[in-house]
Design a binder for this molecule. Structure first.
Ligand code: ZN
Length: 182
C-alpha cells in the first residue's frame, strides 16, 4: 500500500441522531407505502418510523417486512379467490347489477336474479312455452338466486299437467281448459 493513502473505510450508515418532527412517518402511512398494515410494523417492534428508515426498508426489505407482505398477499388471495380459480362477472337479469362470483357457483344456470330483485318477486323474463320449465334455486352464489330455463323432464311435464288439470278443475276459465282455444 502506498504511503499517505488512507485505507478504504466503510461508509457511515445514515442513521442515528434525532430526526426532526417532519421526518416521522405515521405507522399507518408507512404501512401503506410498504404494502403492509401499521400493525405489522408495530409488531416488528417499531413504535415510530422515520422517513429515512422507511426509505431503507423500501430499498432493502427486512425479513419481517417480507413475511408481513407475504401474509397480506395470502390473506388477500383467500378473500378473493382460492389459488387456481378466477372470478367471473355475472349480472342480474332483471336489473343488471353486476357481481363477481366463482364460475363454479353459477355454471348451468341460464338466468340469475339478485337478492333485491328476488325480494321484489322479479323473475327472469322467459317465454312460457309448453314443455319448458323455469327452475328456481335460492342463493346459488350468495347474492344471486339461480334460474334454469330448460326443457321439462317427463316427470316435470306430468306434474305440470296434473297441476294444470287441477287448476282447470278449480278455475274452469283458465286458458288451456275445456272450451278455450289456447
Ligand atoms: Zn336485480
Amino acid at each position: 500500500m502506498a504511503a499517505g493513502q488512507a485505507p478504504p473505510r466503510p461508509l457511515p450508515v445514515p442513521e442515528g441522531g434525532t430526526p426532526a418532527m417532519s421526518e416521522w412517518v405515521s405507522l399507518a402511512a408507512a404501512g401503506k407505502r410498504l404494502g403492509v398494515s401499521g400493525g405489522d410494523i408495530r409488531r416488528a417492534g417499531y413504535a415510530k418510523v422515520t422517513a429515512a428508515r422507511l426509505d431503507a426498508w423500501e430499498h432493502e426489505p427486512p425479513v419481517w417486512l417480507g413475511k408481513a407482505r407475504e401474509r397480506k398477499r395470502r390473506s388477500a388471495d383467500k378473500a378473493e379467490c382460492r389459488p387456481g380459480t378466477h372470478l367471473v362477472e355475472v349480472s342480474c337479469c332483471a336489473c343488471g347489477t353486476v357481481r363477481q362470483v366463482r364460475p363454479g357457483l353459477v355454471s348451468g344456470y341460464t338466468h340469475l336474479v339478485c337478492g333485491p330483485c328476488g325480494k321484489a318477486a322479479r323473475r327472469p323474463d322467459v317465454p312460457s312455452r309448453p314443455g319448458m320449465v323455469l327452475v328456481h334455486e335460492f342463493s346459488v352464489a350468495g347474492f344471486f338466486d339461480g334460474y334454469t330455463y330448460r326443457i321439462a323432464t317427463a316427470e316435470e311435464r306430468a306434474s305440470i299437467a296434473r297441476a294444470a288439470a287441477l287448476a282447470r278443475a278449480v278455475f274452469p276459465d283458465l286458458p288451456g281448459g275445456p272450451g278455450s282455444d289456447a
